[in-house]
Design a protein around this ligand. Sequence first.
Ligand code: BGC
Ligand code: NOJ
Length: 816
Amino acid sequence: MSTPYGRFDDPRREYVVTRPDTPLPWLNYLGQDDLFGLCTNTAGGYTFWRDAKLRRLTRYRYNNAPYDLGGRYLYVRDGETVWNPGWKPTKTPLDRYECRHGLGYTQIVGSKDGVEVELLFFVPPGENVEVWRTTVRNRGGRPKDLTLFSFVEFCFYEALNDMSNFQRTYSIGEVEVEGSAVYHTTEFRERRDHYTLFACTREIAGFDTSRDAFVGVHNGLHEAGVPFAGAATGSIAHGWNPIGSHQVDLHLEPGASETFAFFLAYVEQGEQPKFERPGVLDKSHGRAILERYREPGAVDGAFAALQSWWAGILSAFEVDCPDEDAQRMANTWNQYQCLVTFNLSRSASFYESGIGRGMGFRDSNQDILGFVHLVPERARQRILDLAATQLADGTCYHQYQPLTKQGNADIGGDFYDDHLWLVLSTCAYVKETGDTSILREPVGYTDTPGSGEDLLHHLETSIAYTLSHLGEHDLPLIGHADWNDCLNLNCFSTEPNESFQTAGDVEGSRAESVMIAGLFLSACRDLAGLYRHLGSGADADRLDGAYDDMLAAVEEHAWDGAWYLRAFDAAGTPVGSSACEEGQIFIESQGWCVLGGAGRGNGRARRALESVHERLATEHGILLHQPAFTRYHPELGEITSYPPGYKENAGIFCHNNTWVHLGWCLLGDGDRALEYYRSICPSTRSDVETYRAEPYVYAQMIAGRDAATPGEAKNSWLTGTAAWTFVTLAQGILGIKPEYAGLRIDPCIPKGWRSYSVTRRFRGVTYEITVSNPDGVCTGVRSLTVDGAPVVGNVVPPSEGDDTVVVDVVLGGDLR
Ligand code: BGC
Ligand code: NOJ
């Protein structure tokens, strides 16, 4: 979809932003290992190493105007005119502007008065270096004498302290300058073993390291003093706010160009002595990086390495199908977003400050479903890290810090869905990889030092926790909340300064969640399957029994007549019932009950999803509930605190839409599944002024029909929608489902699709799968051949020995 603001360039896997004044800053991420950067289409954003809270390298001022102010800025001075290739911060009108967001890189080109400046920002694989490749071209007819000024503002690593404790921070800032390198050394003199380096591979004509000197005490970045005056001051920061800036003077004849690079590196001193002489940093690591990047071809080689890294990763899954948007999202943007959520969970975006939530327990477990096929080794480690934040009683820290891997005590635990997602992620990992050794990894519980119970023990503890915390309808207790963080049935908060989510006492609480019941059904079924795969029939039977009991409770107590209830509140009153005044029907329990297998034989599954269609589906996606809450209900909590139509109060929460999409796949309606899939797919949208967020990644929320701004998206990038939409398309619609025994082929496509093909890497082998649909059906495999040989059933067994396996599937039968 092409709009006034940009278009997709599918062959290059790029989104091309064609004007800088997008409806909101449109963000991309740099980095894939440890060093990460947020980078908008005007070069705004910041950089950190591993942890946006504890190792922030450059600054971002929260809730700024504009939102993305502070960034990787290059000021170009040409005569009396000062401009930026990315438009901001000066916003001097450009003759031409283009920003290409690609996989792990952003390229911005700005031209003015015959001068073109191209900036390419990226982090090479395996390095702690953010490169800004800079090319300046004289495309005019006259020689040009140009002065460039680079700019970053350093953060003192601990981002919260950095933004709040000025009585200290204004006195501790330190830098050193050597040649074309600015070393940011704040706190290195005492407990830190690391520093930040901002250097230029080219000779420089001057530098600045003091913000007051470069920008000016009374100036904004758009009117920074030095670029407008035309000469660096050579300032050395003593306290206050250290920055890094280089002055580069260029003389370019018509048609001439020059390419060089700036780079920002995070350096750990390691074995090297800290100081070269008293008070002077030993710079040997920094010098070596600079030397390396000064080698001709080093920068281009690093960029080529980045491109081949991404091409390799994304070759794990590639589809060719009749729906252009689905194809583009699946092949590039959706998988890319899945990896970003893997790296960052919910920590750092323009909606997550990087000082708040870190890695979410339920979030990261769900994210695994979207990237386990891309980076199975990393998924394995993530599962073990997550499990290590579980407590011996089965509850889990709701979040943890990526740097320390320690649970966040402020929010604590007691969200009674959290532990069950660990079962889903682990089973997904084993289905994908066949690696059952993960189950025997010693993990231990975070509140029991020295304990070494294995991962399988954690899964059992998770199941046992739910079974021992059932309410009076034999449904799982909800604790502070379930997946819906804002459904706080034990909170009763009337005090503005307390947390909705953790205010109430969950000890001895009674409120029950139907959504957790559905999730529990899925977890039991997954784990029973795993036990069967391991040959532990008795354990599988035990879990089947738990499944049956929960299913009976759901069918007996949770059916409201045309849909499943959402919960029982602390007084035992149904939530999400036709008897309620507001909030009569909720999406989450319909999705999870159907996915858990409820309503199968009795028609309720279809009835529940039809009710969703009648009451919740809109052109922009499916609302979380209806009617919206128009007043605050202390017994329901934060959900009723939002104005109607936003966030959890009847917004379109894209994440949970996918469970309904998958529900329709289960019921076999591929037309509806794809129609719904497209309703929240960002690449389909032409109403970009309404939607506002990036057209290439999912947003957490789209304002619902009760809102003043229906169709407006917020909280893009770090959302579970990424993983779940990929699961919806790859497994639900295209029907390529990893199972313990192999790849099940179970498509649920629109009747109009005549054929499609998928290349899928699975356990080290590439499967080239072609599906044809001669009879125009949604589901049901008639025949399946593997390398030309017919296979009984619709599961492709894992291949041994072959690199590539060809699978031909014909629909029109009844195998599912
Ligand atoms: C938001 C939720 C989010 C939660 C995190 C709430 O204010 O509405 O979407 O999960 O905060 O604590
Ligand atoms: C966002 C949170 O990250 C996630 O954990 C939660 O499930 C949803 N909001 C719904 O409240």
